[in-house]
Write a protein that binds this ligand. Structure first.
Ligand code: GRF
Length: 192
């Protein structure tokens, strides 16, 4: 990732489909002086994403694309991103798979947070799988996005112990709290 020039923050879009707790944490992080990014766009594939409320709360532009026609949707997203001078895309619970072509256009500029210790448990239901496998640790990973799902270069990981009392709900909660610390730390790392 290119170095920060002067004091200008890197314009960033966050793509969401759900609650947006990672989005809110990234917004809070972006407001800290030492943060290398500003959040300038919230993008979702559904107007039912709860996290869209942060657009009003923090006065950030939001856009919803239905992704019915992926090709034209991605073309429109590219136009928007270019117009708004967005240089970093953070996926945060975004449930659509971006095309290889789109990813190539923004090569090295799209990052994702995933609720497992990748390369373990790519895809969904990560906590259930970790518990069923009697893993001792769970965690989360921030990685670059490539055309292969959850397989790009790892930027940072954090792990926690799975306790005997944990079920997938309690573990999801613990990991989510960890994610909130990890995403901003990983962004600091890529700009350092
Ligand atoms: C997080 O667990 C993230 O790792 C996964 O989707 C979830 C999104 O949570 N990719 P939130 O919408 O940020 O609360």
């Amino acid at each position: 990732m290119e170095k920060l020039i002067g004091l200008k923050k890197v314009k960033t879009a966050v793509f969401i489909s759900g609650t947006g707790s990672n989005l809110e944490n990234l917004i809070k992080f972006s407001k800290i002086k030492k943060s290398p990014i500003s959040i300038d766009l919230i993008l979702s594939n559904t107007n039912e994403a709860k996290g869209l409320k942060y657009s009003n709360q923090y006065i950030i532009k939001k856009k919803i694309f239905d992704f019915k026609d992926i090709k034209s949707t991605e073309k429109n997203i590219q136009i928007l991103i270019k117009k708004d001078n967005i240089k970093l895309i953070c996926l945060a619970g975004f449930m659509k798979i971006l095309s290889a072509n789109f990813i190539k256009k923004f090569n090295g500029k799209i990052i994702n947070i995933h609720p497992s210790l990748l390369p373990k448990y790519k895809g969904l239901n990560t906590h259930k799988r970790a518990i069923n496998n009697k893993d001792k640790f769970a965690g989360c990973t921030v990685h670059y996005v490539t055309a292969k799902l959850d397989s790009g270069k790892i930027i940072m990981q954090k792990k926690i112990k799975i306790s005997a009392k944990d079920n997938s709900t309690s573990l999801a909660k613990k990991v989510r709290n960890l994610e909130h610390k990890l995403y901003s730390a990983a962004i600091m790392k890529i700009f350092s």
